[in-house]
Design a protein around this ligand. Structure first.
Ligand code: GRG
Length: 297
């Protein structure tokens, strides 16, 4: 059949089960992603839509002589962006809709904070999916995958979801607090360090040393931020102090006391500096930065 004849076969129908399976597989449970966040992401992504956008990706690939299966990561990524845009468009601050795709909208089914974060996570996951699975691969893809992973559901967004859930829950432990801050703060610090390393074609040993530095610096930064909030140092914080206590937030001073939190920050900064040993003098700025973070308290 020529491209200009009108076909009587349903061109979408063949693709729908393939798209449904790919979307269903696109969001498996993952460490770091809170189950409620994963559930809201799946609720929005798998809701019964027409799937026009992923089908367009596949139809274009077919028209260009490609294999439809190879276009699937891009098809999934585009539907993720679409699902995010629908979640956010339905929010009270935008169109304030209660129904989408014949079901309660994401913020009605879950809650507003979860819907906002599910949208953020789906948008980020789209770029992570493209960067990890689109062929042919490139160095640029590795950099995008790195940042998207740090910004997404198992890291920044997942950490924020758990942080909100931990408000007014005083029975949390130090390891739960660290798990939140590794994702909320440390993941982006570490992505920054690893992106610099990638741009410099770093060795695996250099990358591992930067990871150890970033882990310790990220945790120390959060302990210090909590201490500044606790001691009411609004000027140094650049935001209103005392908000953590008001919101019943889980913090280091609340969990271990102010003096122990200071000691903990000191130890973490020491660990960060130790990790820089293999670089020698070119890492002097990283050393300085660790001391600078500590001097804020
Ligand atoms: C929040 C960044 C941001 C953007 C929101 C998508 C959107 C923009 C708003 C939704 C309202 C709307 C009518 C937008 C025009 C695009 C459109 C027709 C979206 C609905 O697409 P369909 O019909 O939806 O393909 P299904 O559910 O079938 O996938």
């Amino acid at each position: 059949m020529s491209a200009t004849e009108t076909p009587d076969r349903d061109a979408l129908a063949d693709f729908l089960p393939l798209i449904a399976a790919a979307l269903d597989n696109a969001l498996p449970a993952a460490e770091g992603c809170p189950p409620r966040l994963r559930s809201a992401m799946r609720y929005a992504l798998l809701a019964p839509g027409k799937r026009l956008r992923p089908a367009l990706v596949m139809m274009a690939a077919e028209a260009c002589g490609g294999a439809v299966a190879e276009a699937m990561p891009a098809a999934v990524a585009v539907e993720m962006v679409h699902a995010y845009s629908l979640i956010h468009d339905d929010l009270p601050a935008m169109d304030d809709d209660a129904l989408r795709r014949g079901r309660p909208t994401c913020h009605i089914q879950y809650d507003e904070a979860t819907a906002i974060l599910a949208g953020d996570a789906l948008l980020t996951k789209a770029f992570e999916t493209l960067a990890k699975h689109f062929q042919p691969r490139s160095e640029a893809a590795a950099a995008v995958a790195l940042l998207a992973t740090a910004a997404g559901d198992t890291a920044l967004v997942g950490g924020q979801m758990d942080d909100l859930a931990a408000e007014n829950a005083p029975d949390h432990t130090l390891s739960q607090l660290q798990a939140i801050h590794r994702r909320k703060t440390g993941a982006l610090f570490n992505a920054a360090l690893q992106l610099g390393a990638l741009s410099a074609a770093a060795t695996p040993a250099q990358r591992a040393a930067l990871e150890a530095y970033g882990d310790a610096l990220g945790l120390a930064f959060q302990v210090i931020d909590d201490l500044l909030d606790h001691t009411g140092a609004a000027e140094k914080l650049g935001k209103q102090a005392g908000r953590d206590v008001q919101r019943g937030k889980l913090t280091y001073p609340a969990l271990m006391g102010e003096a122990a939190a200071r000691e903990h920050a000191d130890q973490l900064i020491h660990q960060a500096v130790e990790a820089l040993g293999l670089f020698g003098s070119p890492a002097w700025r990283l050393n300085w930065l660790a001391q600078y973070v500590l001097q804020r308290i």
